[in-house]
Design a protein. Sequence first.
Length: 317
Amino acid sequence: MNTLSSKLTSSRSARFSAFRLIDWSMRRELWEYRSIIWGPVIGLGAVLALYLVFLVKISWLPTHSSHMLVIGLDELGSWSGIVTTFLGLIGFIVGLHYSAGTLLAERRERTLLFWKSLPVSDAHAVLAKIAVSLLVLPAIVLALAAFHDLLVLGVLAFLPHDWSVSGALAVFGVQLGRTALFLMVWAAPAYAWAFLVSGVVRRAPTLWLLGLPVGLLLAEHMATPFDWLSRVATGYAGMGGALISTIRTQTCVRHAAGLPPAPPWGGEVHGECVQTGLRSGAELVTTEWGVEMTACVVVAAVFFALAVLRRRRAEAI
């Protein structure tokens, strides 16, 4: 009995120790790469600054123009969707820049030798970096987007409108859900590829990050009769665009609420929602791209594993 109890205690302490190592490694990443936090914050600050300019401008409108301020669900969804998409794209660019430079910076600055001298495995170190790009950064972006949505909802509640709070929250929820999938699932292969490139190359990671895939696409197009890579790239880019498309999100929400599609492109997307049998925001977020997202997870896992193996053999530049 004592032996079994000691084994359980040691396994729990080992799990706690591993979690604490990853937690401190994530804190270190956030301390070294402040752009992970400040990039999305600056983006939201720019949006709020534009709002101030807009409010000053409409304050000069004559009284008889007040009918222009009546805001419906479509306008509210488009308004919020544009900002959420903007913040999601900023988050993706920041995450890609971080992923493409973090392992290279360790070797270039020779801090790799210091971290390898500590009782932190390569798997824990890379896992902490992955968690920063796929968990911490999306959480920051989604928190800022949710803050913006609630701020807009509170301000516009005092203006003439024809939407309900439940309808507005449904639009916000689906937009945030699709943006979360964009940053946490769709972006995972891109981040994983950037990690692998960062661990292999000695300089110009951005050139390798973009140049090698583009070169393979051109080689396939010019030297082979196949188009497999082109179809994969097109499908991947199309899925990312669809996940953060404000028109697609807004129209599917209207379908879930039993409302007609919004012009001018709503009819086509509305038909897709009907064909896929989407009935709620939760189904919209989980069923529309199931196979493609599974492929993203598998590809990302392979690239992340290769990045871990590469770090084990890495040496300072």
